[in-house]
Structures are given as structure tokens and as C-alpha cells.
Design a protein. Structure first.
Length: 434
């Protein structure tokens, strides 16, 4: 039962009647003097009132065309976007004390219908003779590839894995997205002309140079790497998980037996996802422990509130010292911290108070962030394995562009889409000047 609940979607699909009723609630508040706030709040710039009106008029495929015009991964974004702080958070109905339009679920309704009907993402255009290689089949790479293919470029995407998706496939909890619509989005991109080469890792500077010899441009959308390792004794005990392994087990239908007590270490959105999934897996005491305070958490406020509403408890200013247990995890020992002086960037130093405390645990999950991909260090495109780009996505190497988590350190899927689209436009400008 718990495993089934773990896969229950936060935003289940709407049927046609429900979609029509929901779309009809929209005030269509666009005007000649001010843009609609929902569209302004969308990083991808999707014309929200237009596609909602098209759904209200009974034209979901037209609505999908409106969405795909700006966001080729609109179906994925409908499932994983933090709409509470984007389009839905800007809905004018909130100012009247009413529930905002369920824009994400309407977007899913339209884009799923389009993918099921094999609606082309964009109109076909003749090839322009230029070839671009895209490294990484995550959202940034897929968006860049699709945009370029729709502009006439020959595009091949290389990825070390055997399928598309990147972070969406590996790091987003199943209550948001399990697998769909990634296979359908891949097929739609292939119909647009995008080619894929799986099981191929572009690692060395020589590999990158080889791509440049056979391509007119290269886009790097490699994302982030493995989980950062928790540096304390006891991580070899059964019952300890790294967050990505935990999420992958869920997505593969092999839900961990978490027991009654779960402790999650971290303060980001992945930590929140793990905590909320642990509740769904049947844990009766789930505690998220974070080294700083709530107002300094990188997780979205609304997700922290939703987790608390579901029963997740929080320990602030807590640093793990040791995982305790003999044959398996039995608890976590913590140092109690306090915030110290702020540095020039406004970040507080952390100081120990000398106090220690313990939390009992049957399962401990570390969600303390991801490391950079090792190949980024060798490519030397920025300090400490980062990637420096200009405002258009150009790196320091001629005709090499980048975007997504490797550039921004881990942002939203829709931001990765925006990065990929921006770089595609820069590539077109550089290779096909007017």
C-alpha cells in the first residue's frame, strides 16, 4: 500500500470535463497596457491566457501548439515546475482570496493530448547545412536540440545513459514524475529531426575537440554529477542512502523498507522530496535535519509548508557527526550549531554550541547536494569544475555553448529549458548571421 501511495501524483491528470471547467474559471486578464501576470511569471514566456482560452474553447491541440511555441518540453514542465511560485503564484484570483487557475494541470492536459496524437512540435523547415552536437540529454540539451532542429540544423545528442531525461529521470521524486512523458517527448524530438547517440560519454578535452572537428557548434548540457558524500562515520551501515539512489529505487519500483523513523539530511528541494516520499512509504516519524535555519533553506517555502502539513518534522542548526548502529542504522548523532558572523556575500559562518543530541532512525538519507561532473574539471571552462558563460550561453571556447545545472549549480527544469533555448538562438546568430 505504501509503495502505491509513493507513486500517487501531486498533480494528477484532468479529464476533458474537468479541464473545460477549470479553463472556464480563467479571467483572461490580458490587456493592452499590462501583460498577464501568469505569463510574465513563466520563465519560458508561455502565453498562458491564450492556451487556457484554447482549452476552454475545446481546442487542446491548439493550446499545445501555443505551449510548444515557447517550450518544447511543456509536458514535462507541467509535472515538475514550481508553479506555486511562478504562473499559479501570480494568478490574479489569489488577490480575491480564490484558488488560482490550475495552469500546470491544464498544460499537462493539452500537451499530453498532443503527444498522444503525435502532433508535430513545430512546423518542418529545410536543412540549413550546419551541424550541432549536444552533450547531455537532460532538459537543457533536449530544449537546445529541439530548438535548433526546428530552425533547420542537423542535431545529434550524445548521452552516457541509455535514455533521455537527465535530472528529470534520475533525481525528481516519483510523486512528481516517474517516467512519462519522456519517451513521448523523445519521439516527438526525433520526428523534428533530432538524432540520439546513447551510451557515449564525452569525457576528455580530446573528446570535446573531436566533436568540434565534426560539428559547427557544441552545446554542453551535462548537468550535475553524483551526490556529495556525507563525511562522517557510519555511512557503510545498512539503512543509509544517498538521495539519488533512494529516488532511483523508488522510480524503479523497488521502494525501500524505511521503517518507522526516517532522518533526512539536507535543506534543498531533493531533501524535501525524500522526506515527503518517506511519509508516503509508511514512516511514522520523519525528520529533516538542516545545518542552517528555515529562512536560509534553499527549498521552496511552499514545499516546506506542505511537508510540515504532511507530518514532516524539522531540526534546524543540526550537523550530523556520526551514524549510530551495529548491524544497521539506529540513529544519528548531531552537533547543535549557531549562526556566526556573515562574510562579504552575506553567508553566515557556522559555529558549534558544544551541545550534542541524537535522533533515532531506521533509515537515514543524505541529500546534501550534487558534485560537478568530472569532465567539467578537465574542460577548464570555469573555476572548480564550473562553466562560465556570457549572457547568451557562450563559453570561453569558440563555438562551444552551455546551459542547465552545470552552469547554474542546480535550478529548475524550466530554467534549464530557457538556458537551452537561449543558447540555440546564440548558435543560430553566430552561424547564420543575417
Amino acid at each position: 500500500m505504501a509503495a502505491t501511495i509513493a507513486f500517487s501524483e501531486l498533480r494528477p491528470p484532468l479529464d476533458t470535463d474537468a479541464a473545460l471547467l477549470e479553463a472556464d474559471r480563467c479571467l483572461f486578464c490580458a490587456g493592452p497596457y499590462a501583460p498577464p501576470p501568469c505569463a510574465t511569471a513563466c520563465p519560458a514566456g508561455v502565453d498562458v491566457p491564450r492556451f487556457v482560452r484554447e482549452i476552454a474553447d475545446g481546442r487542446p491541440l491548439a493550446a499545445a501548439r501555443t505551449i510548444f511555441h515557447e517550450n518544447l518540453l511543456g509536458a514535462t514542465c507541467a509535472r515538475v515546475c514550481p508553479v506555486e511560485v511562478l504562473c499559479e503564484g501570480a494568478c490574479v484570483l489569489l488577490h480575491e482570496g480564490r484558488k488560482p487557475i490550475e495552469i500546470a494541470r491544464l498544460q499537462r492536459y493539452a500537451t499530453d493530448a498532443a503527444l498522444e496524437a503525435s502532433l508535430p512540435l513545430r512546423a518542418a523547415v529545410p536543412r540549413n547545412g550546419f551541424k550541432v552536437s549536444v552533450v547531455g540529454a537532460g532538459p537543457a540539451g533536449l530544449a537546445c536540440a529541439g530548438e535548433l532542429a526546428s530552425r533547420g540544423f542537423e542535431v545529434v545528442v550524445y548521452d552516457a545513459h541509455d535514455e533521455v531525461g537527465g535530472t528529470v529521470r534520475t533525481a525528481i521524486a516519483p510523486y512528481r514524475q516517474v517516467l512519462d512523458p519522456l519517451p513521448a517527448e523523445r519521439e516527438a524530438l526525433e520526428r523534428l529531426g533530432v538524432g540520439f547517440r546513447f551510451g557515449m560519454r564525452i569525457e576528455s578535452r580530446a573528446d570535446l575537440a573531436s566533436l568540434l572537428e565534426t560539428s559547427d557548434a557544441v552545446f554542453l548540457g551535462v548537468g550535475l554529477g553524483a551526490d556529495r558524500l556525507l563525511d562522517c562515520p557510519g555511512t557503510d551501515l545498512p539503512g543509509f542512502w544517498q538521495s539519488l539512489d533512494f529516488v532511483q529505487a523508488l522510480k524503479h519500483g523497488d521502494a525501500p523498507a524505511v521503517g518507522d523513523r526516517v532522518v533526512v539530511l539536507g535543506g534543498g528541494n531533493t531533501a524535501i522530496d525524500v522526506a515527503r516520499e518517506s511519509v508516503r512509504l509508511g514512516a511514522t516519524h520523519v525528520t529533516l535535519a538542516y545545518r542552517r535555519t528555515r529562512d536560509l533553506m534553499p527549498a521552496y517555502d511552499f514545499e516546506v509548508e506542505e511537508a510540515a502539513d504532511e507530518g514532516v518534522e524539522f531540526e534546524w542548526l543540526a550537523a550530523p557527526v556520526e551514524l549510530l548502529g551495529t548491524r544497521r542504522v539506529e540513529g544519528v548523532l548531531f552537533d547543535r550549531l549557531r549562526l556566526g558572523e556573515q562574510d562579504s556575500r552575506g553567508r553566515h559562518a557556522l559555529e558549534t554550541t558544544g551541545e550534542r543530541f541524537m535522533l533515532l532512525a531506521d533509515t537515514v538519507v543524505a541529500a546534501i547536494g550534487q558534485s560537478v561532473q568530472p569532465e567539467l574539471v578537465e574542460w577548464e571552462l570555469g573555476p572548480q569544475g564550473g562553466v562560465d558563460i556570457d549572457a547568451a550561453g557562450r563559453t570561453s571556447l569558440t563555438h562551444v555553448y552551455a546551459g542547465g545545472d552545470a552552469v547554474n549549480g542546480g535550478a529548475s527544469v524550466v530554467q534549464a529549458v530557457v538556458d537551452g533555448r537561449r543558447a540555440a538562438r546564440a548558435i543560430e546568430e553566430d552561424l547564420c548571421p543575417a
